[in-house]
Design a protein around this ligand. Structure first.
Ligand SMILES: [Cu+2]
Length: 365
């Protein structure tokens, strides 16, 4: 469907987007109890087998030079996906030109590109609709273009008849007109089934409202060092596990912080900057229990010393609804993960809950 036709949807509803996310098994030695606690992965099923990488492109977007009438493209539409049924294990996003050559991250800004499943309900905000259709946000990317990896035995389920849409915002920051495609590479397991894989549920938790992804303007009236903060709490939809949290922020963003209902720390997705632009947002791989109804708070922090328009603040959580059963009595089963399936830098750390890491791989394309 590269270069093909897509349907423009006029509703202003925005999905949102993923940022950094690499997911790991937990290491700490607590057993599964009613209270939130990091736990190791045990009694894991075998997983979905070999990972096949599939590349899809959306476009072309014809962008004028910066300052031109159409230097930006902000839209929504149907997007292609790998055919069939499978589990998604990895995802990465890039911008390329008409010759499939990568475009510099600072030449054209990928503010966001978020893929959602149509006719599926957003677990966090069940009323989310685009053009009259229910939409479940799945995966995406922002400025940082950080790859996504789900640790075994976890994967994101895609059914044979699923259809995908996306919302995007691209901006040409360079002095020349450009032809731009959004290119995404998905690592999928065609062998993934409910028997051999723990399928996860995306839970996009915004710091302000529902559905996640509505933009707002930071006024910039905080003076030197001023910080604007918003916090919203989200009820967990079921008993299970929190597998990881990626943060999404726009330029000006400082961090997204999540905490358990009892106030205990879960994750800080920390933004770092290069050449004055958002460069990396750290991710929090984890394996931590959640209970139905538990309120997890999401706090966004933005620089308020200067105005920042059209910003977002989202904790993109991935949950597993399930119970690992009785812990094995012989040994703890899962060693610390030391590599990821995509070969990106190892951020699967020894600490659970995960702490911010500046070592998140930047996707340089
Ligand atoms: Cu955004």
């Amino acid at each position: 469907m590269s270069g093909g036709r897509w349907v423009r949807i006029s509703l202003p509803l925005r999905l949102a987007m993923v940022a950094a996310l690499v997911l790991a098994g937990g290491l700490a030695g607590a057993s599964h109890t009613a209270s939130a606690a990091p736990v190791p992965i045990y009694n894991a099923p075998a997983g979905g087998g070999a990972i096949t990488e599939v590349v899809k492109k959306v476009g072309p977007f014809q962008l004028d030079a910066l300052g031109g009438l159409h230097s930006q493209d902000e839209g929504q539409g149907l997007v292609p996906r790998p055919a069939g049924a499978y589990g998604i294990k990895t995802a990465s996003f890039d911008l390329v030109d008409e010759n499939d050559q990568p475009i510099g991250r600072h030449d054209v800004h990928l503010h966001h590109f978020v893929i959602g499943a149509l006719n599926k309900v957003d677990t966090a905000c069940p009323n989310r609709k685009v053009a009259g259709l229910f939409v479940q946000p799945l995966i995406g990317s922002g400025m940082e273009r950080t790859p996504i990896t789900f640790q075994d035995p976890y994967a994101l389920e895609v059914n044979a008849n699923d259809a995908w849409g996306a919302v995007w915002h691209l901006m040409n920051m360079s002095g020349t007109a450009r032809t731009v495609y959004v290119k995404y590479t998905l690592g999928v397991q065609y062998g993934a089934t409910a028997d051999n894989t723990r399928f996860i549920t995306p839970f996009w938790a915004d710091a302000r409202g529902c559905p996640a992804g509505e933009t707002w303007d930071v006024p910039g009236n905080g003076g030197v060092g001023g910080v604007e903060t918003y916090t919203k709490s989200w009820p967990m939809p079921f008993d299970g596990y929190l597998i990881g949290i990626g943060g999404h922020l726009h330029d000006g963003g400082i961090s997204i912080t999540t905490k358990h209902g009892d106030g205990s720390f879960l994750c800080q997705n920390l933004a770092t900057y290069a050449s004055g632009m958002l460069d990396v947002i750290s991710a929090c791989p984890m394996h931590d229990t959640v209970t139905a109804g538990e309120m997890i708070s999401v706090t966004s922090r933005y620089d308020n010393s200067a105005p920042h328009d059209d910003v977002m603040g989202i904790a993109v959580m991935f949950l597993w609804q399930g119970d690992q059963g009785v812990p094995p009595t012989t040994t703890t089963t899962e060693p610390p993960p030391t590599t990821t399936t995509t070969g990106v830098a190892n951020v699967l750390g020894a600490s659970v809950p995960a702490t911010p890491t500046a070592a998140m791989p930047a996707f340089t394309g």
